[in-house]
Design a protein around this ligand. Structure first.
Ligand SMILES: Cc1cc2nc3c(=O)[nH]c(=O)nc-3n(C[C@H](O)[C@H](O)[C@H](O)COP(=O)(O)OP(=O)(O)OC[C@H]3O[C@@H](n4cnc5c(N)ncnc54)[C@H](O)[C@@H]3O)c2cc1C
Ligand code: SF4
Length: 501
């Protein structure tokens, strides 16, 4: 029986973030561990309401009130088991999830602050590592069936673990030199230190999952070869086609890059440096893409833009502007527009915003300005209004509002246009839909024996959705291969986030 008055006795509290001057001088995670006392107090705020809407907010269906109460009563082993029953990688979601569960917490109905669900989750996840170092759970019997997973992001890894534990032989193909998808070289260490991926990979390896890095399916091995070697294939190649702005004058200038080029280059030098100071970041062809001493302009308002901001400060940028097309969102939920328990449009302040930089809302770049040598020296922006007409976005510049912002490095973080066009698609006989994603049937098959999950299926989304889709696709593959019993399938391919009807 949970504490029915916990939320009346305790306010919502998170651990203090490391001080800004300290944390921007290294690449370690922003949040220190919360400590047992704080986390038990916060778990006590969960009242185990009769209909826990947080379950519906979480695509994985995490059993949030159950593990909150187990933490409150100090029953950590059972909390670890309860969390792992629905989530393969709570150390990733606990650190990185935007927590739609918290937006759906019933405390929000009465005007209270939600339970710190995500923080409790990460503490349980870390307790699992501290207790038994993520004990492997290999299958006791092999089914003799084999599955290829293409792509090693959270969707591919979740599916691989589910299938290996069900007794199938699983090989993960990854074109990069390291496993993890966007977790590895997209998301910076100050949000997710890579040791967390490595610990989980050791567990998957001990459970029998085979990893083949540096292998691009469709190029280094053909789809035909993969199909001949395996009984089923899961495509989990992500949605990595970055949106660009080729029509903006000056786009071809030196110093104007896709945000992902900047993040991947920075993450690679951090990985190579170990605990030492990273070298300046460069592109694979040697082009410098480091922010040190530069005026940086980041275009975009989401996760990717915030990650570029944090990286720019750690690299020693002279100044950073972050530009957003849309007006500044409200600080609080607008109940008429986004009623509880849906995900509200509110101003999201990431820890990176606390570290410096200036956010400029309701502006659009009119031109990247040349310094006369082919290098960008400024962006010319105008204030704009944005409206939707017949589903199309119309951006109108306000006459006379143009001005220049100095820029030596410009990073485009304006979203993704679905999965990349690449040889693998035609070889497997699948095509991108209007959103650049790959459609599936209700049983997750894109075509016979070829399944699809994660961002490649859903479009650029979140880690929690990638894990949920990976688990559900694994369940479908298990059934397709004639496996005994059912694996858990938290979502179906048509599932959408909670929305007002
Ligand atoms: C900068 C950035 C920050 C983000 N921050 C957050 C966050 O804080 N919280 C959150 O919830 N979400 C965040 N996201 C979104 C999240 O990372 C993705 O939704 C998630 O990683 C998708 O997982 P996935 O497994 O579908 O694909 P991915 O993680 O994209 O992995 C796909 C993998 O497939 C590989 N691949 C592609 N083609 C082939 C091929 N032919 N052969 C072999 N391998 C191939 C790729 O190299 C890649 O490793 C962020 C995204 C970005 C870009
Ligand atoms: S995975 Fe995300 S939505 Fe689910 S419980 Fe954790 S923080 Fe909440």
């Amino acid at each position: 029986m949970p504490d029915p008055n916990g939320f009346l006795r305790y306010d919502r509290r998170l651990p203090a973030r490391r001080p800004v001057p300290v944390r921007i001088s290294d690449w370690r995670e922003v949040y220190p561990p919360a400590g047992e006392e704080l986390i038990r107090e916060q778990a006590t705020r969960c009242m185990d309401c009769g209909i826990p809407f947080c379950h519906d907010g979480c695509p994985l269906g995490n059993r949030i009130p159950d593990w909150n109460d187990l933490v409150r009563t100090g029953n950590w082993d059972a909390a670890v088991d309860s969390l792992h029953a629905t989530n393969n990688f709570p150390e990733f979601t606990g650190r990185l999830c935007p927590a739609p569960c918290e937006a759906a917490c019933v405390l929000g109905l009465g005007g209270q602050q939600p339970v710190t669900i995500k923080q409790v989750e990460v503490e349980i996840a870390d307790a699992a590592v501290a207790r038994d170092g993520l004990r492997p759970r290999p299958a006791s019997v092999s089914t003799g069936r084999s599955v290829a997973v293409v792509g090693s992001g959270p969707a591919g890894l979740a599916a691989a673990q589910q299938l290996a534990r069900a007794g199938h032989t699983v090989t993960v193909y990854e074109r990069d030199d390291a496993i993890g998808g966007l977790l590895r070289y997209g998301i910076p260490d100050f949000k997710l230190e890579k040791q967390h991926i490595d610990k989980r990979l050791a567990q998957l390896t001990a459970e029998g999952v085979r990893f083949r890095t540096g292998v691009e399916v469709g190029v280094d091995v053909t789809a035909e070869q993969v199909r001949a070697e395996h009984d089923a294939v899961l495509l989990a190649c992500g949605a990595l086609q970055g949106r660009d702005t080729p029509e903006t004058p000056g786009r071809a200038l030196r110093g104007v890059h896709q945000a992902m080029a900047h993040l991947v280059a920075a993450n690679r030098v951090v990985a190579a440096a170990g605990d030492g100071k990273p070298a300046p970041a460069t592109l694979p062809d040697g082009t410098p893409i480091d922010a040190a001493g530069k005026h940086v302009v980041i275009i975009g308002g989401g996760d990717t833009a915030a990650d570029c901001l944090g990286v720019a400060h750690r690299q020693g940028a002279a100044g950073v502007h972050q530009l957003d097309l849309y007006p500044e969102p409200p600080a609080e939920r607008d109940a008429a527009r986004d009623p509880w328990p849906t995900w509200p449009w509110v101003l999201r302040n990431y820890p990176a915003h606390e570290e410096g930089g200036e956010r400029v809302f309701a502006v659009a770049v009119q031109e990247f300005v040349d310094d006369g040598t082919g290098q960008v020296r400024a962006v010319r922006i105008a204030e704009v209004t944005v409206e939707k007409v017949d589903g199309r976005r119309i951006v109108t510049a306000l006459p006379g509002s143009e001005r220049e912002i100095p820029a030596d490095l410009v990073l485009l973080a304006i979203g993704f246009e679905g999965t990349e066009e690449q040889p693998l698609l035609a070889q497997f006989g699948v095509t991108r839909n209007g959103r650049g994603a790959i459609d599936s049937r209700p049983d997750w098959q894109a075509t016979d024996g070829v399944f699809v999950a994660g961002d490649m299926h859903r479009g650029a989304s979140l880690i929690v959705w990638a894990i949920a889709e990976g688990r559900a696709a694994a369940a479908a593959i298990h059934t397709y291969l004639g496996g005994v019993g059912d694996l858990p399938a938290p979502v179906d391919p048509a599932r959408q986030p909670l929305a007002a009807r």
